[in-house]
Design a protein around this ligand. Structure first.
Ligand code: AMP
Length: 213
């Protein structure tokens, strides 16, 4: 991307759904039809602002390497990524949920070393390390809730919003690891090299968030 443009990495799924109204409040609209377009770099109603829609877990990586100057990413994705090369500028208070430990409602209690299935390896490791509890972490990419039901793991670490998914699978949340919401992240070098474009963008975003507070 040229220095005259800023590119925003948007996280697919529920984060995207909640981000678009915030951008609209800033007067930024994606002009391509986001549901049907096959274009990967999307135009907005501002010539100098482009958007890419990426997997939620990839958004921090796009911003870290400056492939996107700014991004909207879940706190969980930022923690798992590690946060290298990016600044977390604003809490957007969207896509809120909690990262939690859960187990089967009839779980008999820990007997020795337990297995924990999760997509959130770094977060889970940090949490159990801090508890002084040694666990075997099993990396999964989805449907963590299935693991305790089929004997793959004793517990899971997953995002919980309404708790309906856990309940539907006879699981109960037991420990709260951290609260999650989406954050505005900015590439550290872009913040210097494109500050004429990024500063007003971040300030405008902050204003919108202050108005909504
Ligand atoms: P719920 O049944 O409302 O508790 O939602 C739980 C399911 O939605 C789990 O599969 C979670 O991984 C997923 N989930 C909940 N909140 C979020 C979020 N903010 N971002 C991404 N996935 C989420």
């Amino acid at each position: 991307m040229t220095d005259k443009t800023i590119t925003i990495a948007l996280s697919k799924g529920r984060i995207l759904k909640d981000t678009l109204p915030l951008l609209a409040k800033m007067g930024i609209e994606i002009v391509d039809d986001i549901k049907t377009t096959r274009k990967l770099i999307l135009d907005t109603n501002h010539d100098h602002i482009k958007a890419v829609v990426v997997r939620a877990t990839d958004a921090p990586t796009y911003v870290e390497y400056g492939a996107a100057d700014v991004g909207v990413a879940g706190k969980d994705s930022i923690v798992e990524h590690g946060g290298n090369g990016l600044y977390e500028m604003l809490d957007l208070r969207i896509a809120q949920c909690k990262l939690m430990v859960a187990e089967h409602k009839d779980y008999a209690g820990d007997k020795g070393r337990i297995r924990v299935a999760t997509k959130y390896m770094k977060s889970a490791k940090a949490y159990f390390d801090a508890q002084g509890q040694q666990v075997d972490l099993i990396k999964l990419y989805g449907s963590m809730e299935l693991a305790p039901l089929v004997g793959l793991a004793d517990k899971i670490v997953d995002l919980v919003d309404t708790g309906n998914t856990l309940k539907a699978n006879n699981l109960v949340p037991t420990e709260h690891i951290y609260d999650v919401s989406s954050r505005l992240i900015v590439n550290q070098s872009s913040m210097k090299t494109k500050d004429d474009l990024l500063k007003p963008f971040v300030e405008e975003f902050k204003k919108v968030m202050d108005e909504l507070a």
